[in-house]
Design a protein around this ligand. Structure first.
Ligand SMILES: Nc1ncnc2c1ncn2[C@@H]1O[C@H](COP(=O)(O)OP(=O)(O)OC[C@H]2O[C@@H]([n+]3cccc(C(=O)O)c3)[C@H](O)[C@@H]2O)[C@@H](O)[C@H]1O
Ligand SMILES: Nc1ncnc2c1ncn2[C@@H]1O[C@H](COP(=O)(O)OP(=O)(O)OP(=O)(O)O)[C@@H](O)[C@H]1O
Ligand SMILES: [Mg+2]
Length: 275
């Protein structure tokens, strides 16, 4: 049976944390890996949430440092609204704080809607409106990655993903959507540690403390992640930081971790053993 300790180890959650040191370590990670890749840009979608704000601040610092050493490097921020984004003002706040070298804005609504119409024309009929909305949400997340990989391909870039331990343990990302990326500067961090990095990097306090939302469903705009989990990020973070949590909380997290194992691995091959 998977234990709390097994999960902490598998997701590389460190026993101690200090925001200043962790920030520098992760900027250094981006610098080294971009340099080693032989590429010149870092590409990241900016939603207005705390995760992409933090990753964007780290990325802009990394490329700035590289340029100071005479190396050609740029950060490319990508706004990817689905039509009009309810919290677009937060995305503008994030961009104002990050000051990316370049910003693109790409509306993912036409591509998402066109694909959805083609599925319907081919005879695909979801069970009900709720399922259709949920599936379309995952199509949105994948369209965002299609756009970011087109830019990375054309601009010699690495695509940054914002996965961290609190989302990873819950499998709360779209497989091959926001879960697809080249480099993960927030990996192993709990949500409160991501917020601590954001604060240390000077992100606006309203973004540091913003309620996390995947914001993928038309029927539930800006739905808090915690609503979908039935758990709070504080509970998830406590579990990941090795603290004692209520048995029902631990059970719920372990169940989600096990059910979503396939999302954290490569596609199943004939020689893989079942979990
Ligand atoms: N056992 C298994 N072994 C191998 N593959 C398996 C599998 N079970 C399902 N699959 C495959 O995985 C698919 C399901 O995975 P997936 O398509 O991801 O879909 P799913 O996990 O059902 O949904 C994604 C969840 O992540 C949330 N999300 C998405 C994007 C961003 C954020 C955010 O926080 O910003 C959150 C979203 O709200 C939703 O709750 C199945 O259709 C199947 O193809
Ligand atoms: N509307 C959007 N515009 C651009 N990128 C987006 C958008 N929505 C999601 N993304 C990308 O997908 C990633 C995953 O979304 P997620 O909601 O987990 O992170 P976040 O919005 O940055 O922070 P939070 O989880 O606190 O809401 C984002 O970090 C961002 O890179
Ligand atoms: Mg979000």
């Amino acid at each position: 049976m998977t234990s709390q300790t097994d999960i902490i180890k598998a997701l590389n959650v460190a026993p101690d944390f200090e925001a200043a040191r962790e920030t520098e370590r992760r900027i250094e990670f981006l610098r080294t890996r971009l340099l080693r890749s032989g590429l010149q840009t870092l590409v990241l979608g900016i939603s207005g949430g705390v995760d992409s704000t933090t990753a964007g601040l780290l990325a802009q610092r990394a490329v700035r440092d590289l340029r100071t050493s005479g190396i050609d490097a740029r950060f490319i921020a990508v706004r990817l609204p689905f039509g009009i984004q309810a919290d677009a003002a937060d995305a503008e706040r994030a961009l104002a704080a990050i000051k990316p070298d370049t910003t693109f804005e790409i509306d993912i609504a036409p591509a998402t809607n066109a694909l959805w119409r083609s599925l319907e024309s081919a005879g695909f009929a979801p069970k009900n409106a709720a399922q259709a909305d949920f599936l379309r949400g995952n199509v949105k997340a994948r369209q965002r990655m299609v756009a970011q990989y087109a830019l990375a391909g054309g601009l010699n870039g690495l695509v940054i993903g914002t996965d961290h331990a609190a989302e990873a343990v819950m499998g709360f990302f779209t497989k091959f959507g926001d879960g697809a990326a080249d480099i993960l500067p927030l990996a192993g961090l709990t949500k409160r540690r991501v917020r601590a990095l954001a604060a240390h990097l000077g992100a606006p306090s309203e973004l540091v403390m913003k309620v996390p939302t995947a914001d993928l469903e038309d029927l539930a705009p800006l739905r808090p992640d915690e609503d979908a989990y039935g758990l709070t990020y504080d509970e998830i973070d406590d579990f990941l930081e090795g603290k004692e949590v209520a048995p029902a909380v631990a059970e719920a997290i372990i169940a989600r971790y096990r059910a979503t194992a396939h999302k954290r691995h490569l596609p199943i091959a004939p020689w893989d053993r079942p979990e």
